[in-house]
Design a protein around this ligand. Structure first.
Ligand SMILES: Nc1nc2c(c(=O)[nH]1)N[C@H]1C(S)=C(S)[C@@H](COP(=O)(O)OP(=O)(O)OC[C@H]3O[C@@H](n4cnc5c(=O)[nH]c(N)nc54)[C@H](O)[C@@H]3O)O[C@H]1N2
Ligand SMILES: Nc1nc2c(c(=O)[nH]1)N[C@H]1C(S)=C(S)[C@@H](COP(=O)(O)OP(=O)(O)OC[C@H]3O[C@@H](n4cnc5c(=O)[nH]c(N)nc54)[C@H](O)[C@@H]3O)O[C@H]1N2
Ligand code: SF4
Ligand SMILES: [Mo]
Length: 736
């Protein structure tokens, strides 16, 4: 133990886990005088076993950041913020909200929730409850920039949005990764702490890992790389299927047993020979043929895609074809293949009962997009604010999100937000979005709240559950987000519990009655849900089952089973016959959009993709001193030497990147990691106007100013925004 790890006099150590990203690494916090002075990896966590990344162990710098918002803020007429009491903030927000609802109806009120809201069960439940209870169509979320295509693919194939198929890493022999970089992202839509080690173990066992990515990423460098052109995975996957069917490599028995409608996929794939698609994808036909054979003949194989697969023109198709590849080779719902997720709480049932699980039950006012989990493409927000008519968006809550940075055409949103009658932010910082807020309410960091990560670890090769108490009390006047929604709902007469979605959830558990609706708190709700979940103790009926008490007695967490369950298909697929549907009409419509030619705009001949960095997290961790040290922390566009030369760019110089939507300038990093015609630019930079001073000074540019918010540029099946494969051109910028 090094000297700095010795607990100081008066200091206590508390076991907890990180909630910045999905592996939820175990941490030990040193607390002195109500402040966290150190975070270190928990050596006794059964899965992360003493490992955490630089972001996790720097998080106390965010909890105790002098730039953090710790009191409710109200906008003054001159545009600056002033501190007000919670009482004033709540009563004024409620009064203004009531007036807006009276004048324009509840359907003029909206909400955007960002990524960190998913890392707090109480925040997520109460915010979704509030949104549903409002009965508005103006729900927007990070989903249209992240997972919605994946969820809609599950809805089409399996009849349920809530199923998240994942690779059975510990048992597979062949992992095909399409558009994910787990060595940096640490795994997403997949609960796999120490994923780097897990991938290494797979190789040590004699297995293979092939990474399909336009950039030779950290993961691609460590394993095998297939360089694909941005946004062309649909062609590549159809060609893989082409070879599998053509060469008789499909597992016809599995197909017959598990699915129906394969003929439509077979017919479609027949049009996409590897020789016909190589000009589009840039992947030589021979490579595709060999990859198809190797995947199909591996004893156990699985395919996994993440944001590189779901932020393109054919996001739903690509997400679905990744599963189809597993299915037609006999690898779906089978050890070492692609498995169905199973949360420690009955998520699917809850979603059905509470009304969360909807797809295409409604269409958006602008763009005619289907709803996904009751939400519409977040790009629509700007136009919904500025377009007059019934149900025009007039009041907006933004919780744990920064859509000016994360959504296409942030400039349009930035310009539209001041036109709202009411904008309320719930956040840790004054960020690029909520700087326009009328009221900014201080939320808690994860160090300040108890948690059960029920929404995060269903896609787990090793099922696991841990709970934590709050490590420190809410700082300043910060409040847990669920309390904020609870109070606003009560003040404005929005029924969360009397007939609302949360009552539909709590009612059957005996937690809320018609007469005592307001007493419902998140903790008894989640504790009851865990007990009735797949690993729960069924209130004493199942010996050895999990309950909150058992979790409290095991603070480092509990591995619930030696491996993830298989053979779940009949139980979890919601199509009546329990079969995977390969000819669902919406899926066929989506497939029909994939054409043999991939349009290239001569004005914008290059394609921009995103890039995540190990010490950066979307838009919000650029204010932590230890993460921002060093020259590597400069925002830069990765550009191939040939493209750099053609545009007269030099390494370290500056480049103007232009799309039909916008123009940004940033630094040039010349590298052959990206192929000719592709540039890679991290999102979430170029801060301005917010309260995070170090982030503002960090420079760089908001790459999403280049992405388009036009409805015609949004994938119509899941409403996914196009963030990977944005057409751009490059120009040198004179150095001053
Ligand atoms: N070009 C491009 N754009 C992308 C992506 C991409 O790959 N490329 N990725 C997309 C993806 S996957 C995502 S998830 C989004 C992220 O998009 P968003 O979720 O909209 O934005 P974040 O940058 O995550 O900002 C989160 C905000 O929440 C605040 N916050 C953090 N923790 C808490 C908390 O506990 N409580 C509260 N109340 N607030 C908190 C932070 O201060 C910050 O202001 O970006 C998307 N945009
Ligand atoms: N350090 C760090 N970790 C994070 C985050 C972070 O910001 N920083 N964000 C978290 C969040 S919110 C999420 S959603 C996850 C995301 O998890 P991942 O999706 O694993 O993360 P990315 O690094 O964005 O990986 C996407 C990969 O897709 C590639 N790609 C881009 N376009 C295409 C394409 O058209 N086809 C193919 N085949 N590949 C393409 C990119 O080059 C990139 O390598 O990461 C999480 N973890
Ligand atoms: S990888 Fe890093 S940020 Fe993600 S959970 Fe682990 S410590 Fe936290
Ligand atoms: Mo994300």
């Amino acid at each position: 133990m090094s000297r700095t790890q010795l607990p100081l006099v008066g200091a206590t150590e508390k076991i907890t886990f990180c909630r910045i990203c999905e592996p939820l690494c175990g941490l030990v916090a040193t607390v002195e005088d109500g402040r966290v002075t150190q975070l270190r990896p928990d050596p006794d966590h059964p899965l992360s076993r003493g490992q955490a990344c630089p972001k996790g162990i720097a998080f106390h710098e965010i909890a105790h950041d002098p730039d953090r918002v710790l009191h409710p803020l109200r906008r003054r007429p001159d545009g600056t913020f002033e501190q007000v009491s919670w009482e004033i903030a709540m009563s004024e927000i409620s009064a203004r909200l009531r007036t807006i609802m009276r004048t324009h109806g509840r359907r003029s009120v909206g909400m955007y929730y960002g990524n960190p809201s998913a890392f707090s069960y109480s925040h997520a439940l109460w915010m979704l409850g509030f949104g549903l209870a409002l009965g508005t169509k103006h729900i927007y979320s990070v989903g249209s920039q992240d997972t919605n295509a994946r969820l809609v693919a599950s809805r089409l194939l399996y009849g349920s949005l809530m199923l998240l198929p994942f690779p059975d890493l510990p048992r597979t022999d062949f992992l095909l990764i399409v558009g994910a970089n787990p060595l940096v992202s640490h795994g997403s839509a997949l609960f796999a702490p120490r994923i780097k080690d897990q991938l290494r173990d797979l190789r040590t066992r004699g297995g293979r890992i092939v990474v399909v990515d336009p950039r030779r990423t950290e993961t691609a460098k460590a394993h095998e790389h297939v360089a694909v052109r941005p946004d062309t995975d649909a062609w590549l996957l159809l060609s893989l299927l082409h070879v599998i069917f053509e060469e008789g490599l499909a597992d016809e028995a599995a197909i017959a047993r598990q699915s129906k409608g394969v003929e439509s996929i077979r017919r479609m794939a027949a049009r996409f020979s590897p020789e016909g698609t190589e000009d589009v994808t840039g992947v030589p036909a021979g490579t595709v043929r060999q990859l198809a054979r190797d995947f199909a003949t591996a004893p156990r194989a699985t395919a996994y895609g993440r944001t590189g697969a779901s932020l393109g023109t054919h996001a739903t198709v690509v997400s679905a074809l990744i599963d189809v590849l597993a299915l037609v080779t006999g690898n779906l719902d089978r050890a070492g293949g692609t498995l169905f997720s199973q949360s420690p709480i009955p998520v699917d049932e809850i979603a059905q009962v509470a009304g969360f699980a909807s797809y295409d039950n409604n269409r958006s006012r602008i763009g005619d997009f289907p709803d996904v989990l009751n939400a519409y493409p977040a790009t629509n927000m700007a136009a919904e604010i500025t377009t007059p008519g019934d149900e025009q968006l007039r009041a907006l809550f933004v919780t744990a999100g920064n859509p000016v940075q994360s959504v296409p055409d942030g400039a349009a949103l930035d310009a539209a937000l001041p036109r709202l009658d009411l904008l309320v932010g719930i956040d840790l910082y004054v960020n690029d979005t909520n700087r326009h807020a009328d009221y900014l309410l201080p939320g808690t960091t994860w160090l300040e709240r108890e948690d059960f990560p029920i929404g995060m670890n269903g896609a787990a090769p090793l099922p696991f559950l841990q709970m934590t108490e709050a490590v420190i009390p809410p700082q300043g006047e910060a409040r847990p987000e669920w309390e904020i929604f609870d109070e606003i709902a009560r003040h404005t007469g929005v029924a969360l519990f009397t007939g609302g979605p949360l009552r539909r959830l709590a009612g059957p558990l005996g937690l809320a009655t018609r007469f005592s609706p307001i007493s419902l708190r998140p903790r008894p709700l989640v504790e009851a849900l865990i007990r009735i979940g797949p690993y729960g103790d069924r209130f004493g009926l199942r010996r050895g089952g999990i309950s909150a008490r058992v979790l409290r007695e095991n603070p480092h967490g509990i591995v619930l089973a030696d491996s993830a369950p298989v053979g779940l298909q009949k139980a979890v697929v919601r199509h009546r016959d329990g079969l995977v549907r390969l000819d669902e009409p919406t899926l066929l419509k989506a497939l029909a959009r994939v054409d043999l030619t991939h349009p290239v705009d001569p004005d914008y001949p290059l394609r921009m993709i995103g890039l995540r960095e190990i010490r950066s997290h979307n838009s919000w961790m650029h204010n932590a001193p230890s993460l921002m040290k060093g020259r590597a922390r400069v925002h830069a566009a990765r550009i191939n030497p040939a493209d750099a030369e053609a545009a007269g760019l030099v390494d370290g110089g500056r480049v103007a990147i232009t799309s039909k939507t916008g123009r940004i300038e940033t630094r040039v990093l010349v590298t052959d990691e990206v192929g000719e015609g592709t540039i890679a630019v991290p999102h979430g930079w170029g801060h301005g106007g917010g309260g995070w001073r170090r982030a503002n000074a960090a420079g760089g540019a908001n790459s999403n100013l280049l992405a388009s918010a036009a409805p015609s540029d949004i994938e119509p099946i899941a409403g996914m925004t196009l963030l990977n494969g944005v057409p751009v051109r490059l120009e040198a910028v004179d150095q001053v």
